[in-house]
Structure formats: structure tokens, C-alpha cells
Design a protein around this ligand. Structure first.
Ligand SMILES: [Zn+2]
Length: 613
């Protein structure tokens, strides 16, 4: 070895490590444990080339903020782990990793980070084991990774941090305890490090009005992954509106349509040329900044949807859209998780006066089209208010009766009237009668125990106590047991439910999700009812630095909206076999004349057969 060679070798050994990028580090050292992700073994950035620039922006000089607004299935978590690995090996310093809740942190640390460290020798050598590293704290020479949930102000406020990793920021609470916006709290901790601090923010977005990641994205360079068209050579992002797909529709039971997507291709918006999925995924592509000035402020932001991901199948994506397109909540999920875009809700266009004017004449108490009846009951201190609603296919609904039962929910006389309502036979056009299949009764307020106990005594009548939950995600109806005595209780996702009612009220064409109302004055659908139905609005408001959606009353009496929601949840919360109901009500069985003699009529099994909890 010559002295020059030795010199070169020595130089290369002492080459500043910061010259290495995150993707170079990952390609050289990173091993995937195969836990939580489908892949195992050596990491290859080329597998999903869009990840290179995102990861490398973290090691790029002059860039302090990196924002990624991404679809699910785009490899977000693995990129996070690569950046953490890079910090441990190349750029050590104090790090903070923030996830929405403590559980998220623990799961990530145990199920992703720990196996990745174990599988990657370069990390295994550096991360201290034993007492020096815990689930929420990993120490290594020159630094540590502290992990916390965004809900905890303590975890966000202690020491100065050089590298801040914020995951799923749209899932953070508006405030960490009473301390304010967790994103602002965490960012403050990087101030000490000035221009050497790095802040990484990743999330699937939620609503356009309140999304944190969307606002961060707008502040940054707004880079889109754009592919080269094989026909015209121009660059374009792969937008969902440019995906052309063919489908086969099959009407299956319960009025549901099933979709089979047979082909999906991309149409170049510049020249109209078509490209196959595999061609798009292999086409030369690059990130194009639509707000390049943000680079001067050191903020790069990226958006990517599932159509660019090697882990997503286009036909399956299109099917997800078809399954979601008629339901605003499912459509929101499609926008957020598949397109990586914030969702913009259409404001309800329902106007109480117009709903009042469109009331219609029914030929019977229960008009044709209704296959099942549900009841919602609201519990007030001195009365119950209820609505009887009929349901047909595609969630088309008919108001049947809105009324009041005077009295307290802990008085026997009140429950006698509830029994009358539950046992009542509602006349149909063909002369048969039907009873309520399910009733949901509000157990909130002052009569929780009385409502739960009375409902549970009447289980055979399928009346169930309910309680509202103010979360804005999760299932619409959740069956649980009341904490005391193991009695039945259902939890309703009130915001999601009321939003659906307001959406339905805004539909103006009879058919799917349309709401019918009778013009018979005795049925209770007066002007006040409709003002009460459209009594609340959702508005984005700024609270302690973060935007949240807030429900505001625009009319004081909001019971009709709540009760409509209860009745709808009673319909949506069970596997109701509409075909079975239809056969019984309109099928071969002989016509049962309505009981007009006033003598109590026994249940004829018309209803119970089709309802399953
Ligand atoms: Zn083209």
C-alpha cells in the first residue's frame, strides 16, 4: 500500500458521516424484521422509489421541517424507523417520538422498533440494552429516543430535543391535557438546537377544515410524485380522477350492490394516452414542488396516494371507492387512507321550511316501501320524546310518528305508555300490520339506572338502552354491557350518526337515503319538528392553537335530530335481513288483517325473525 493509498483510505474512514443520506444508510445497513410489515430481510429503497427523497430530506442540509401527507400502505412506518436508525448510527442526538396515544407508542416500540433493532446489526450494536433502554426510552451513544403519547403534557415538555418525529398528527388531541396543542409544545422543545434541529411530521389526513398535516403540507414545498407519460413524456401526478376503471355490478341481498372491478388504467391528463398499472409503477418519476419557495424556509412537504405504492392494487383501490361512494363517512375514509387527501364535507343543504313543504300523503300509517320499523326515544327530566321510523332498501326512510310521552323515566305509568308504543301494530297499505323491530332509548341524563333496568326487563320487545359517545371515529353502534349488573347497553357514535342524518335530510330525490315525512297533522311533523331536525351545525373552531370541529346549536330544541339518530342507529346497528322482512310482509304468507277490534294482538313473528344482535 502506498502512502497515498493509505492517505485516501484514512480520509475515507474519517469522511464526515453526515454526508451519508438516510436512504444510503438504509440500503447499506438496514434489515427488516418482517414484523408488522410483509417484507423481511435487506432493505431496498428502490422497492418504492418515492421514499428516497422523503427520507433524504431528513438528512438534507438546510431542511429543518419535513411534512408527509400520505395514504396508508405507502410505507410510512418503515421510513420512520429508517430515519430513527439513521439518527442512532449517523446523527446521534436527543430525539422525541410522538404518537397520538400511549398505546400507539408502546405498540410501535414493542412490535416494530424493537424487532427492527434486533434484526439490524448496526442498530443492535449501538442501542443499549438492559436498564438503560425501556419501552419508551432507547439510549445509544450520543443520544436517546424518548417516546410519548400526544395526550401527555409531561412527555412533551421535559428536555431539549434535536430530532422530533411526529407520527399521525391528525390523530392528536386538540390539547395535551390543559397545556395546548401538542404539536406546538413538541416543536418548542427543538428551539435550543436552532438550525440543526430536524422536525419530521407524518400523517394520513382527516378533514380539510381541521387537518394538521394538511396545514403543514401547505406551508412546505407541496411536492407531488409525478410520473413520465410513455406517450407524451410529460410529468403528471397519479390522480384518482385520471384512473379509468371498468366494473361489473351485482345486486346482492339486503339491497346492497356488489362491485367487481375488472380493469383499471391511468389516463395521462396531458395527452389522453392510457397506461397500464404496471407501466405507471415502473415509469420514470420524480418529486415536483408546487410551492418551491418554502425551501428557503427549510420546509419540504410531500403528498403521496396509494396509486403510487407498490403495496396497493389499483383494482382493489377502485373497489374501495365504489363501496364507499354513497356514504360520506366511508368516502372520507377513502379520501384519507387511500388518496392521502383531506376530506371536505359538503354542508347539509336541508332547509327546515322546504322539508315541511315536501311532506306527503301516505295511503296507510306505514306506506309501501317500508320493510322494517325502528323507534328512537329521548329521555328528558319530565317526558320522553319518540319517533317511529320506517326503513326500506338503500336506507330510504319514512317518518311514521313523532310524539311525546309525559312523565319521568323512573315512573311505572311512563313505562306503561312505552309498552303501548312498543306493542302497537302499525297498519300497512296491504292491510297487514307491523311492529317496531328495534327501539333505542337514551339512558343519558338523570335516569340512567331506571332506563337500563326497564329496558332490560323488556328484552323480548327489543328495546335497548343507549348512551352517546362523542368520539368522531369508530363504529356507529357498539354493543356493550352496562358497568353495573352486566345489563345490555349500546354506545352510539353521536357525531358520526348525526352527520349522516343531516346528510340524508339534504337529499332531495326519493330513493337512496331519502327521508319521507307524512302530511297528516296528527303524526307530529310540524314546523318545529323540522327546525329541530336541522338544529345543529358543525363548524371548525380554533382552540388552544389547534383546529377542531365543534357542533353548535342553531335551534334550541334539538331532540328531533337526536331521536332521528337513535332510530337510524337502531336500524343500522343490527344485521337486519330486509329480504326476510319483505317475504314476511309482502310475500306468499297470507294477509293478516289489521286488528281494529281493540283487543290485544299477539305478535305474529312478523318482526323478530330478521333481527340479529
Ligand atoms: Zn401523456
Amino acid at each position: 500500500m502506498t502512502i497515498q493509498e493509505l492517505g485516501r483510505m484514512t480520509m475515507s474512514m474519517f469522511k464526515p458521516v453526515s454526508d451519508m443520506t438516510v436512504s444510503e444508510w438504509a440500503d447499506k445497513y438496514r434489515r427488516l424484521a418482517g414484523s408488522g410489515s410483509s417484507e423481511q430481510g435487506k432493505w431496498h429503497t428502490d422497492r418504492a422509489p418515492y421514499q428516497r427523497e422523503i427520507m433524504d430530506s431528513f438528512s438534507q442540509r438546510g431542511v429543518h421541517d419535513v411534512t408527509c401527507m400520505m395514504a396508508a400502505q405507502t410505507g410510512k412506518t418503515v421510513m420512520f424507523s429508517n430515519m430513527l436508525g439513521y439518527v442512532i448510527c449517523v446523527r446521534p442526538g436527543p430525539c422525541l417520538l410522538v404518537m397520538p396515544a400511549e398505546d400507539d407508542v408502546d405498540n410501535y416500540s414493542k412490535e416494530r422498533l424493537a424487532p427492527d433493532i434486533e434484526a439490524t446489526p448496526a442498530l443492535r450494536e449501538r442501542v443499549f440494552s438492559g436498564n438503560e433502554s425501556t419501552i419508551r426510552m432507547k439510549r445509544f451513544p450520543g443520544g436517546f429516543i424518548s417516546m410519548t403519547g400526544a395526550i401527555s403534557p409531561g412527555g412533551l415538555k421535559s428536555r431539549p430535543i434535536r430530532n422530533l418525529f411526529m407520527d399521525e398528527v391528525d390523530g392528536y388531541p386538540a390539547s395535551a391535557g390543559v397545556e395546548g396543542d401538542p404539536v406546538l409544545l413538541a416543536k418548542k422543545r427543538t428551539q435550543t438546537f436552532g438550525s440543526t434541529a430536524k422536525r419530521m411530521c407524518m400523517s394520513t389526513p382527516t378533514l380539510k377544515t381541521t387537518s394538521r398535516i394538511y396545514r403543514e403540507f401547505l406551508h412546505g414545498t407541496q411536492e407531488e410524485w409525478e410520473i413520465t407519460c410513455k406517450h407524451c413524456g410529460e410529468h403528471s401526478p397519479i390522480l384518482f380522477e385520471d384512473i379509468r376503471f371498468e366494473k361489473i355490478e351485482t345486486i346482492v341481498s339486503e339491497g346492497q350492490t356488489e362491485y367487481d372491478v375488472t380493469s383499471a388504467k391511468w389516463r395521462c391528463p396531458k395527452c389522453g394516452g392510457m397506461m397500464e398499472e404496471w407501466e405507471v409503477k415502473r415509469a420514470p418519476a420524480k418529486w415536483v414542488a408546487h410551492n418551491p419557495d418554502a425551501l428557503k424556509r427549510g420546509h419540504r412537504s410531500f403528498h403521496i396516494n396509494a396509486f403510487a405504492s407498490p403495496w396497493a392494487d389499483w383494482k382493489a383501490e377502485c373497489k374501495k371507492f365504489l363501496d364507499a361512494k354513497d356514504d360520506p363517512e366511508m368516502l372520507k375514509t377513502f379520501y384519507n387512507l387511500e388518496l392521502g387527501l383531506p376530506f371536505e364535507r359538503k354542508e347539509t343543504s336541508a332547509i327546515p321550511d322546504q322539508l315541511f313543504l315536501r311532506r306527503e300523503h301516505y295511503n296507510a300509517e306505514v306506506p309501501n316501501g317500508v320493510l322494517v320499523i325502528t323507534i328512537g326515544i329521548d329521555t328528558q327530566d319530565n317526558r320522553l320524546e319518540y319517533e317511529v321510523k320506517g326503513w326500506g332498501r338503500d336506507e330510504e326512510s319514512w317518518g311514521i310518528q313523532y310524539g311525546v310521552i309525559p312523565g319521568r323515566a323512573d315512573e311505572e305509568s311512563t313505562w306503561e305508555m312505552v309498552d303501548e308504543l312498543l306493542d302497537r301494530d302499525w297498519r300497512m297499505e296491504n292491510g297487514k300490520t307491523m311492529r317496531a323491530a328495534v327501539t333505542f332509548m337514551d339512558a343519558g341524563g338523570h335516569f340512567f339506572d331506571a332506563v337500563v333496568e326497564h329496558c332490560n326487563q323488556r328484552r323480548t320487545k327489543r328495546i335497548y338502552p343507549i348512551r352517546g359517545d362523542n368520539k368522531d371515529s369508530g363504529p356507529l353502534v357498539h354493543h356493550t354491557k352496562s358497568t353495573k349488573k352486566g345489563l345490555n347497553l349500546f354506545i352510539l357514535n353521536v357525531f358520526v350518526g348525526k352527520r349522516a342524518v343531516l346528510y340524508n335530510a339534504g337529499i332531495t330525490t326519493p330513493g337512496k337515503r331519502y327521508m319521507h315525512f307524512p302530511d297528516d297533522e296528527e303524526k307530529g311533523y310540524d314546523e318545529n319538528y323540522f327546525r329541530g331536525l336541522i338544529s345543529e351545525q358543525v363548524r371548525p373552531v380554533k382552540k388552544r392553537g389547534a383546529y377542531v370541529e365543534e357542533w353548535t346549536k342553531i335551534y334550541e330544541r334539538n331532540e328531533p335530530l337526536d331521536i332521528n339518530n337513535y332510530a337510524r342507529c337502531a336500524f343500522k346497528g343490527f344485521k337486519i335481513d330486509l329480504n326476510a322482512f319483505e317475504r314476511r310482509l309482502y310475500g306468499e304468507t297470507k294477509v293478516i288483517p289489521a286488528d281494529t277490534s281493540g283487543r290485544p294482538q299477539k305478535p305474529k313473528g312478523l318482526i323478530s325473525g330478521g333481527v340479529k344482535i
